[in-house]
Design a protein around this ligand. Structure first.
Ligand code: NDP
Ligand code: GDR
Length: 326
């Protein structure tokens, strides 16, 4: 039985990846950082019904000693580093913490693997945010990076550390440059989930307005369930490498809102209110990924359209909000 160690296991991707690995017969160990609100921490694992199957291990990405102890204890075949301060807007408020967790955290995991169990295969959750100020209209593995937030700068450090550990130590270390991916398990601070939650509340009469920032920004949005499959596929290859994972379709925040409101028979323009404070100090205007390499080498393709995904998210939020109303 293969063993996987997943950091960020309580996040959106950690939950879906754990589900996939369990279905494939893995023993799944997840890194859990201590929190005073321990009862809400595994809400996503509970949503997927796998909270009893994932073995949660006490530690922190910022504490190398805990990572060394855990990698030594688990001796994983595969390590997936998904843990991060992942909200781009917060990274301007907490730039150093973001650097410590999102950047140095990855280096800590790489070091723990290198020191105690270098045979383990390693996955780094790199991000399309690294492209930032776009240098090419469609972004692939060869497009130059130009990070536009402390988050993206931290991710770029982690990305190059992964490449460096592969080249320096021969580690099987791969990076997935994943474009935005969403689901009913997406954190409420991210724009898709903020929108689908608000659509549910507006439909049920609990809210009237949806405050938003830059709705002209364009993103290449896919479904998290599809994207965690790409992570796993990367670690099944003989050679480690870097891959763009995207749908190759880009949509404005405005049009994504229209899709969500139309699903419940409402008009987005009647509810969106633009708020200056929701704009970012520097914006990533448009992202559009080219997943040709992932398709050719991994046989990976996105299977869920934006419309299908937004519908699934609105329906899940209607269920959640109705339950809160009881
Ligand atoms: P989430 O924000 O949902 O999850 C982040 C996870 O990191 C949580 O489990 C969180 O734990 C954990 N974490 C944060 N700080 C620490 C720490 N100091 N020690 C240990 N764990 C910590 O992110 P997603 O699931 O959406 O994304 C997964 C990864 O992929 C992230 O690295 C993200 O930056 C990256 N990414 C995401 C994309 C997306 O569109 N979703 C696209 C490209 C990259 P807790 O529950 O305790 O807060
Ligand atoms: P992003 O996701 O920054 O792309 O990072 P987010 O959903 O936060 O923003 C997407 C775009 O929407 C615009 N926007 C708003 N965003 C939020 N959150 N709230 C608003 O009210 C709002 N109004 C407009 C933003 O300005 C932006 O242009 C996500 C994260 O998951 C990262 O961790 C990951 O690396 C990247 O995706 C790929």
């Amino acid at each position: 039985m293969k063993r996987a160690f997943v950091t960020g296991v309580t996040g959106q991707d950690g939950a879906y990846l754990s589900q996939l690995l369990l279905q494939k017969g893995y023993e799944v160990y997840g890194l859990l950082r201590r929190s005073a609100s321990a009862d809400v921490i595994d809400a996503r694992l509970k949503w997927l019904g796998i909270e009893k199957d994932v073995r949660l291990m006490d530690g922190n990405l910022t504490d190398l000693s805990s990572l060394i102890r855990l990698v030594d204890e688990i001796k994983p075949d595969e390590v997936y580093n998904l843990g991060a301060q992942s909200f781009v807007k917060s990274s301007w408020q907490q730039p150093l913490l973001t650097g410590t967790i999102t950047g140095m955290g990855a280096a800590n995991v790489l070091e723990a693997v290198r020191i105690v169990h270098p045979k383990a295969r390693f996955y780094q959750a790199s991000s399309s945010e690294m492209y930032g100020l776009i240098q090419e209209p469609v972004q692939s593995e060869t497009t130059p990076f130009y990070p536009r937030s402390p988050y993206a700068v931290a991710k770029l450090y982690a990305h190059w550390m992964t490449v460096n550990y592969r080249e320096s130590f021969g580690m099987h270390a791969s990076s997935g440059i994943l474009f935005n991916h969403e689901s009913p398990l997406r954190g409420i601070e991210f724009v898709t989930r903020k929108v689908t939650d608000s659509v549910a509340r507006i439909k049920l009469g609990l809210q009237k307005e949806l405050p938003l920032g830059n709705i002209d920004a364009k993103r290449d949005w896919g479904h998290a369930r599809d994207y965690v499959r790409a992570m796993w596929l990367m670690l099944q290859q003989d050679e480690a490498d870097d891959y763009v994972v995207a749908t190759n379709r880009t949509t404005t925040v405005r049009d994504m809102c229209r899709i969500a409101f139309e699903h419940v028979g409402l008009n987005a323009d009647d509810h969106i209110v633009i708020k200056e404070e929701l704009f970012r100090p520097a914006e990533v205007d448009v992202l559009l990924g080219d997943p040709a390499k992932a398709k050719a080498k991994l046989g990976w393709e996105a299977t869920t359209s934006l419309e299908e995904m937004i519908k699934e998210m609105v329906e899940a939020d209607l269920v959640r909000v109705r339950a809160q109303m009881k």
